[in-house]
Design a protein around this ligand. Structure first.
Ligand SMILES: [Mg+2]
Length: 346
């Protein structure tokens, strides 16, 4: 890239060139179920070849860092276990401020939860007998019986730590219930919240990630506002939201949080990211432009690609919100029209 400032509307170079460390969420970003997101391996390889540090940061507690790294390598993404940060590891860190090492802890969730507990020095158990704490994470084998045993322990005074609260989980077949939905089931039975929650958006997760892969200019890439984007905002790290996972255009439009960059998928990292011209009442991104129709309370974007229309419209929306003030001009009142089959009603 040249060292002069980019002119508005012109190409500003590949997005990844702005950063020296990139923290990838996994489910919905690099893969969905067992399958890689299209172009994910190529994008991560290019980022690494460009000299960028990487870390893989997942709220999914079911697998161990070794298993996660193995899966990534199978998909053609270079990774080793030391670059993987899981919500199980962070949940066990939190547990240590409540329960002494060596105690017996009831495991709900996959082997990732169990291994994080034993690595720290606890005695993980699939049998609730004599357990003083419950660590609850995601696992495809989690059953009603597991949840019931957890409830009985918690009602008896056991400490309860959840690995994460993602309510949904993207799989190759669609959106499935995530750990947050199972935590809600326990919460409904015991009538209280967990004593601690690891995972994004908790800052402990990104603190650990930063130790794994430090950077002066880090970026967090994720597919969820309530975990990924919220975590980046809490840690004051720029964020990129991808549409390959849980969030769709309607979620972008209605979110009360703002991602710094919007991309169709992680491939956007190695594509040109046009500067958005915000100087006039029309915001321009590449060949796309967005205008505000005050009578109809609607932002209309046209031209260019779908993602450039969304970028221009999102930019204009936030600019309107900052001008007019959230209290008098709430999100829900502005409709979005991106052209064919991409409208979001107010
Ligand atoms: Mg995700």
């Amino acid at each position: 890239m040249s060292d002069r400032e980019s002119e508005p509307g012109e190409t500003a170079g590949k997005l990844c060139e702005k950063f020296d460390a990139i923290y990838f969420d996994l489910d919905g970003v690099l893969y969905r179920g067992v399958n890689a997101v299209d172009g994910a391996a190529e994008a991560v390889n290019e980022v690494i070849l460009g000299g960028c540090g990487v870390a893989y940061v997942t709220n999914n507690a079911s697998r161990t860092p070794d298993e996660v790294a193995y899966h990534l390598v199978e998909l053609g993404i270079p990774a080793n276990a030391s670059e993987v940060v899981t919500s199980s590891q962070v949940a066990v860190e939190i547990l240590q401020s409540h329960v002494s090492l060596g105690e017996r802890v009831f495991v709900v969730g996959g082997v990732g939860v169990e291994q994080a507990l034993s690595a720290a020095g606890y005695a993980p158990s699939r049998d609730a007998k004599n357990c003083v704490a419950v660590v609850q994470g995601f696992g495809p084998e989690v059953s009603w019986r597991d949840l019931a045993q957890a409830c009985y322990l918690i009602q008896g005074g056991a400490i309860w730590i959840a690995t994460n609260l993602d309510s949904t989980f993207p799989t190759a077949s669609g959106i499935a219930p995530g750990n947050g939905s199972f935590v809600d089931a326990v919460r409904n039975a015991v009538g209280r919240d967990p004593d601690g929650v690891g995972g994004k958006p908790d800052r402990a997760m990104l603190r650990r990630t930063f130790e794994v892969t430090p950077g002066d200019r880090p970026l967090l890439v994720g597919d969820r506002y309530d975990t990924d984007i919220a975590a980046g905002i809490a840690a004051e790290i720029p964020t990129m939201l991808v549409l390959s996972g849980v969030s769709d255009i309607a979620d972008v439009w209605r979110s009360s949080l703002r991602a710094d960059y919007l991309c169709e998928s992680v491939q956007g990292l190695v594509l040109d990211y046009p500067e958005i011209d915000t100087s006039g009442t029309t915001h321009q991104c590449g060949q796309a432009s967005a205008t505000y129709d005050a009578l109809k309370l609607r932002i209309l974007a046209s031209g260019g690609t779908r993602i450039d229309r969304l970028r221009a419209a999102d930019s204009l929306k936030w600019s309107l919100l900052s001008e007019v003030g959230l209290s008098s001009f709430t999100h829900g009142r502005i409709a979005l029209d991106l052209g064919a089959q991409s409208s979001v009603g107010a």
